[in-house]
Design a protein around this ligand. Structure first.
Ligand SMILES: CC(C)(COP(=O)(O)OP(=O)(O)OC[C@H]1O[C@@H](n2cnc3c(N)ncnc32)[C@H](O)[C@@H]1OP(=O)(O)O)[C@@H](O)C(=O)NCCC(=O)NCCS
Length: 211
């Protein structure tokens, strides 16, 4: 089920967005930037292709444009980063972080989601998006990122391994799509000081979910 953000953090606790314009040198010839609502059609098209032909998402029917907007607004209102690769009108992929679960003790853990246009895969775009997402989540104060890898797909496992994630479990036969059972692989990577220090619960993300 889509995680519901239980109210955005108060304005003064909300992290300020990082600089948004061309703020990362092009990687694989592609700029990574903050997504805007204008990117939602392209984002929706990339996701729809993955829903219909891949196992990364366990959705069976692509969400409507209105539902994509609702998801985008829920994620960004919570202060989580949502990034795209490519200039407006030429989006080659996107990535965002969101709550793994919304029970308050989970608020230091984010889940990543990354989708690259099928025609642009294998050229470094996924890695560029993930590296930037890791950096932003680290700066925001999150302590762990988890990848929930549908179908235990080798490309996604390889991408996360390359970015320093390690396997932390697998649920066998947890999905059923295209007439076959799918395993879900979990991979994890610490952010910032990870579990080496205790977090400041008064500062974001400690303020998420009424924490
Ligand atoms: C997974 C995905 C995001 C990777 O994006 P990408 O732009 O193709 O990946 P990159 O070109 O940046 O590759 C980065 C690293 O990932 C790994 N990787 C990428 N494709 C791979 C594949 N087919 N098999 C194994 N490893 C692969 C490699 O380690 C690669 O580094 P290298 O090129 O130095 O060897 C992309 O394949 C995709 O959108 N797949 C469908 C949706 C999906 O699975 N999303 C993940 C949800 S958690």
């Amino acid at each position: 089920m889509w995680p519901r953000i239980l109210g955005p953090p108060p304005k003064h606790d909300r992290p300020q967005a990082q600089p948004t314009m061309h703020d990362r040198p092009p990687t694989a010839g592609t700029v990574i930037r903050r997504a805007t609502a204008d990117d939602l059609d392209a984002i929706g098209a990339i996701y729809a292709e993955s829903v219909l032909s891949g196992v990364a998402s366990y959705e069976l029917v692509p969400p409507t444009a209105a539902e994509m907007r609702t998801r985008f607004e829920a994620v960004t209102a919570g202060g989580y980063p949502w990034l795209v690769a490519g200039a407006p009108g030429a989006v080659a992929g996107y990535a965002y972080a969101s709550a793994f679960r919304t029970r308050p003790a989970y608020r230091w853990l984010v889940e990543d989601s990354i989708y690259v246009d099928a025609a642009r895969r294998g050229s470094g775009i996924g890695r560029a998006l993930l590296d930037r997402l890791l950096g932003e989540c680290d700066a925001l104060g999150f302590r762990q990122m988890v990848a929930v890898i549908g179908g235990a797909h080798p490309a996604s496992i390889g991408l996360h391994q390359a970015a320093g994630f390690v396997s932390c479990g697998r649920i066998a036969a947890s999905g059923f799509k295209f007439g076959r059972w799918l395993d879900t692989e979990f991979m994890q990577r610490p952010l910032g000081e990870g579990a080496r220090t205790l977090p400041d619960e008064k500062a974001y993300p400690g303020t998420l979910f009424g924490g």
